[in-house]
Design a binder for this molecule. Structure first.
Ligand SMILES: Nc1ncnc2c1ncn2[C@@H]1O[C@H](COP(=O)(O)OP(=O)(O)OP(=O)(O)O)[C@@H](O)[C@H]1O
Ligand SMILES: [Mg+2]
Length: 400
């Protein structure tokens, strides 16, 4: 069951919003609405799964912050529904919405939103004191949260004494201390220097793995989206044009807009062995006879092939090793197998495979945690992964 479910959500600012929704439902662009009427979110439907990092990505003005504020009920929807744990926010009273927000969601902002005259510890405890948590619990949760973000020992400082990165850690600690299941992060890292930003991204990934929070993370930085997001919702002019994993967005962009958007991403850091691998095709077992293996390799013009043993990856053979075994009169391939042959996990980024593949005489085996052969990565599949999908390319050119 998803933790957040959004159904046909609209948020319109300005006069007669319901009428604007009716017009938008006919498919008109938001630019065609009356002056002074802004459709910030148009017909958004998606779910956020428990424990995932769901990134909302889009250019300035595309509606990201508005969407986030409807998720926690800070902004009421004009039309459509927002359900948190199957509770319909749009059907709750304002007091009930406030309570749900305090209990279930914490927000981390771009500009930290810290109280300048309160200490780090007081800032972190803020959410808990709003929730009315007992003082003991406030203290222990605050200490834990500061420990988690690496700020233990800074309790009594004032925000002004901290660097930008540290202030954002305080913001994050405050959200963690409240111990809500959902974290909403609006451009939380956008004000940070690139190196600090990368550090914060790494830390967020680690924390998320440790704590299993559900995170909705807003950014206009595609590389950040692709690093952090289990799934990414791409927004354009108020509409969600695609919800997909980073890999899917690169290999199967929904339209020309997404294609153009993702064009400059370093594909080799996003795509993984699992995305580019091919079925192992011709593979042998250690019991195969060398003569037969040699014939098969000649027939398929292969210089190397993968070998399994009892369903697990055993290693690879080269054609010359197979020929030598055949000439020796070996009964099986066992002696010809290079047991140290290159292998990789499905999660390995393509960037890390080029070197391995270049020095390997056979395709690189993709192997799961149990040693089973999932597929193989060849030089050709690596090179193919660098190019933009052909269909998308044509569509873009046709519209250029
Ligand atoms: N309270 C409001 N009243 C009127 N219009 C608003 C209001 N809030 C947002 N908008 C408009 O809604 C649209 C979407 O704004 P929103 O802030 O959600 O975009 P965003 O994607 O978060 O942009 P940014 O990347 O600049 O933060 C914009 O055209 C904005 O001007
Ligand atoms: Mg915004």
């Amino acid at each position: 069951m998803p933790i957040v479910r959004v159904e046909k959500l609209y948020k319109v600012f300005g006069r007669r919003p319901a009428e604007a929704v009716r017009r938008l439902e006919t498919g008109i662009d938001r630019k065609e609405l009356d002056r002074g009427v802004t459709a910030a979110v148009i017909d958004a439907s998606f779910t956020v799964e428990r424990g995932e990092i769901f990134v909302v990505m889009g250019l300035s003005g595309s509606g990201k912050s508005t969407l986030l504020r409807t998720l926690n009920g800070l902004l009421p929807a004009t039309s459509g529904r927002v359900l948190v744990d199957e509770q319909d926010l749009t059907a709750l009273s304002p007091a009930q919405v406030r309570e749900l927000r305090q209990q279930r969601m914490s927000m981390v902002f771009q500009h930290f939103a810290l109280f300048p005259h309160r200490t780090v510890a007081e800032n972190v405890a803020y959410g808990l004191s709003v929730q009315g948590a007992p003082r003991e619990r406030q203290l222990s949760r605050t200490a834990e949260a500061l420990e988690l973000v690496g700020l233990a020992g800074w309790e009594d400082r004032l925000p002004g004494e901290l660097s930008g990165g540290m202030r954002q850690r305080v913001g994050l600690a405050r959200a963690l201390a409240a111990d809500t299941e959902i974290l909403l992060m609006d451009e939380a890292f956008s004000a940070l220097d690139p190196l600090i930003r990368k550090e914060m991204q790494d830390q967020l990934l680690i924390l998320q793995r440790q704590l299993g929070k559900t995170i909705v993370f807003i950014t206009h930085d595609l590389n950040e989206a692709m690093r952090l997001g289990d799934r990414i919702a791409m927004m354009r002019d108020g509409r969600i044009v695609q919800v997909a994993t980073a890999q899917e967005m690169l290999t199967a962009p929904a339209d020309e807009y997404v294609t153009k958007f993702v064009r400059d991403v370093d594909r080799t850091r996003v795509l993984t062995a699992a995305t580019v691998m091919e079925p192992a095709g011709v593979s042998f077992t250690t019991d195969t006879s060398p003569a037969q293996a040699r014939e098969t390799m000649l027939g398929h013009e292969l210089t190397g092939a993968l070998v399994t043993d009892g369903g697990k990856f055993a290693g690879s053979v080269t054609r010359s090793a197979v020929s030598a075994a055949a000439e020796r009169g070996d009964a099986t391939l066992a002696a010809a197998v290079d047991r140290e042959a290159a292998r990789t996990t499905p999660e390995t980024p393509v960037a890390d495979l080029f070197g391995v593949s270049a020095s390997a005489p056979a395709p690189v085996a993709v192997v799961d945690g149990d040693g089973a052969l999932l597929g193989m990565v060849t030089q050709q599949s690596l090179l193919r992964s660098l190019s933009i999908p052909e269909k998308a390319e044509e569509e873009v050119d046709a519209h250029a």
